[in-house]
Design a protein around this ligand. Structure first.
Ligand code: FCB
Length: 484
């Protein structure tokens, strides 16, 4: 396949040569086929089938049936001119029940998908964990004799490393960029803190234990990837770092921002990129977990194995202040689903505010400066090459009488955020790619199918795909190699 270089002559803002123009998806959100070819349930199957957890009672049982339609989807990506595609591997498809040997039938799906991508000149980027923990590792079947306990249990980190080795051995000949975890903040703090994500547990101590074991799982997985892959392979992790802004410059609001930066950001970047948990984080959360027994000797060295690339997922900034005394101290709805339990362990004294009233269908404020700020601060702090591994917006798209879908709000969101990426590049950040969330409308976790993030519309009755006007716009950006 001949790769045609972009014609940047008409671009007002051209991106660096070789910049990856991608889209991103995740297995449970698009694949469906949850009981096919040996796949066993994940915590998201169990959670979504629990009444009251997901808007509309939706589940990922069919999702957008990508498992059966991936060839059509890849063809569509090729037609749009995408140069890269970030997807996730379903752990319970590759290693049913989360232990033991790999399932060849599960691997065959990803072999076929990656072959198809490569045949169309699209570089695959595989995420190992986008939240679909095999259910058996969360709650072992009675009598199974397994440890279980999900991410708060240390053993889960070792199981993740075993699965990573199986995936890398089987797919390492065709996937050269690997992302260990997607947004461990969500796995730990929404899954075990506020309980709005699977498995729906609500204990702040468990949420912190989950955070450490996700970090450990990441480090062990980096080791497993290095052992299985050629030296040229790139290893990364995708973090939804919070761009924390204090409401005022007053000392109490600055203190609130410090606290959220600690438990939102430095709980990941500290151990992964610096080999330490910061003292202020340990102090803020000392009443919730015994860090001395949680973090074993050698863990931090394991977790801080060098990575090649840092993935940043960005949607909106986080504005915080000290909670007024009459607010009951409890952080409220933070945009991922409402719960009376907090996803912010040790931060009961913090209140959250909307950055502005220009919001997407998720209620997430639109502020592209947060993306350039995040890229530049990661660049300055860690000097690593970066990718934007997710960015995009949900809007309630409508279908015109002629069947076309015109989504100018999404296009505007994307244009402004790509401009922000270009600003960061101008400011010196080494940004290697942009993965738009998402290729297709899909199962948006606690919100079910109601929130549409795709640049391609999916009709949920017929599963027919229709590229929206934002897809055509993105295609033009790619052809040009930049913004007009
Ligand atoms: C991120 C998730 C992704 C998607 C977007 C909208 O937090 O990683 O799966 O749901 O939000």
């Amino acid at each position: 396949m001949t790769v045609v270089p972009p014609d940047t002559s008409s671009a007002r803002r051209a991106f660096p040569p070789g910049f990856a123009w991608g889209t991103a998806t995740a297995a449970y959100q698009i694949e469906g086929a949850v009981a096919e070819d040996g796949r066993t349930p994940s915590i998201w199957d169990t959670f979504s089938h629990t009444p009251g957890t997901i808007d509309g009672g939706d589940t990922g049982d069919t999702a957008v049936d990508h498992y059966h339609r991936f060839r059509e989807d890849v063809r569509m990506m090729a037609d749009l001119g995408l140069t890269s595609y970030r997807f996730s591997l379903a752990w319970p498809r590759i290693q049913p029940n989360g232990r033991g040997p790999a399932s060849e039938r599960g691997l065959d799906f990803y072999r076929a998908l990656t072959d198809e991508l490569l045949a169309h000149g699209i570089t695959p980027v595989a995420t190992l964990y986008h939240w679909d923990l095999p259910q058996e590792l969360e709650t072992p079947a009675i009598g199974a004799g397994a440890a279980g306990g999900g991410w708060p249990a240390r053993d889960t980190a070792y199981r993740f490393a075993d699965y990573t080795a199986l995936a890398a051995e089987a797919l390492g000949d065709r996937v050269s960029t690997w992302i260990t975890l997607n947004e461990p903040w969500c796995s730990a703090f929404l899954g075990y803190g506020s309980g709005v994500h699977a498995p729906g547990r609500t204990d702040p101590g468990d949420a912190l234990r989950a955070a450490h074991h996700l970090n450990l799982g990441h480090g062990l997985a980096v080791g497993a990837l290095r052992a299985a892959l050629p030296a040229s392979a790139k290893v990364s992790v995708s973090l939804n770092l919070h761009v924390v802004r204090p409401l005022t410059d007053g000392p109490e609001d600055l203190e609130a921002a410090r606290r959220i930066d600690a438990v939102g950001n430095r709980v990941w970047t500290g151990p992964i990129l610096r080999g330490r948990y910061d003292e202020d984080l340990l102090k803020d959360t000392a009443h919730l977990v015994d860090w001395d027994s949680l973090v074993h000797d050698g863990d931090l060295a394991e977790i801080s194995r060098p990575i090649d690339l840092l993935g940043l997922n960005y949607y909106n900034p986080t504005v915080v202040s000290a909670a007024p005394a009459d607010a009951g101290g409890r952080p409220r709805e933070d945009g991922h689903g409402s719960s009376t339990f907090s996803p912010w362990p040790g931060a009961d004294s913090v209140a959250f505010h909307r950055a502005n009233d220009d919001v997407t269908a998720m209620g997430w404020p639109i502020d592209p400066t947060g993306l350039s700020d995040a890229l530049l601060s990661m660049h300055r702090e860690f000097g690593l090459p970066l990718i934007v591994s997710e960015n995009g917006a949900a809007f309630p798209d409508t279908v015109a009488a002629d069947g076309s879908v015109h989504d100018p709000e999404r296009t505007d969101y994307l244009r402004r955020h790509l401009d922000a990426v270009a600003d960061a590049i101008d400011g010196g950040a080494d940004v290697r790619g942009y993965y738009l969330w998402s290729l297709l409308d899909n199962f948006e976790w606690a919100y079910g199918y109601d929130k549409r993030f795709g640049i391609v519309r999916v009709d949920y009755d017929t599963l027919v795909r229709t590229p929206k006007s934002s897809a055509h716009w993105y295609s033009e950006v790619i052809r040009r190699g930049g913004l007009a």
